[in-house]
Design a binder for this molecule. Sequence first.
Ligand code: GUN
Length: 281
Amino acid sequence: MTAQILDGKQLAQQIRTELKQKITLTQASPELAVIIVGNDPASEIYVRSKEKACQEVGIKVETFRLTSDISAEELNELIDLLNNSSAVNGILVQLPLPRHLNPQEILTRIKPEKDVDGFHPLNTGLIIQKQPSAFIPCTPKGILRLIHTVKQDLSGLNAVVIGRSQVVGLPVSHLLLNENCTVTIAHSKTKNLSEICKKADILIASVGKPEFVTEDFIKPDAIIIDVGINRTNDGIKGDVKYNEASEKASYITPVPGGVGPMTIAMLLENTYEAFLKQNRS
Ligand code: GUN
């Protein structure tokens, strides 16, 4: 049987429409500051999609385009300025940063209550402690939202996450653990990867290698979440060999149109939440 598609594009559109309606009713507009350093073409594309999505729902967005030779001190000065601006509700530093800038140091400079990407160590800690006040990183949050459209109770399921990045692999593993999944985090040093993946009721592929996950990784009726966006000569490919996987899985996210649009929708949601929290006092 062929898997059903987990349509991230459609769900993201629904979330954006609802957010737009809520923002129309607010007195002021939420505002997001985006910082992009250097001219990585993929980052440029992502930032433009984020800007467009913000504008569509009524979030003001100001983008700071900085040259790749900017120093950590100068970048931190800009972050301090935005931290202290009452007009700015959310701050996002697009990753990756040029090599001379330490991303952990830069991301830690952002005020946790404006950290709409959820990358500040305080927000990481709040997730581990299951505190509802945490900002949850956008891609992991979008993945959970998609899974919940087809399965509410994840308790006791085997979840395997391939990839241990700070942006996706680690936070999504914590979210699944918080939902009582039995979580295995696999990575480049993992032995017998396909055997491990074959036990997964939920398989999250965040590898960065086109069509890395093949049919022999997949348990029948598994839920497959493909985080990959790999540019190849044959166009954009996910981390999962879609045709093979969809023959075995029960649900699968397409690439494009699966996780990607959800990441942006969750950024909008986090920015709106930041705005509400900052205006609640
Ligand atoms: N680079 C790749 N994914 C992301 C993300 O979710 N946020 C930021 N800031 N940079 C990224």
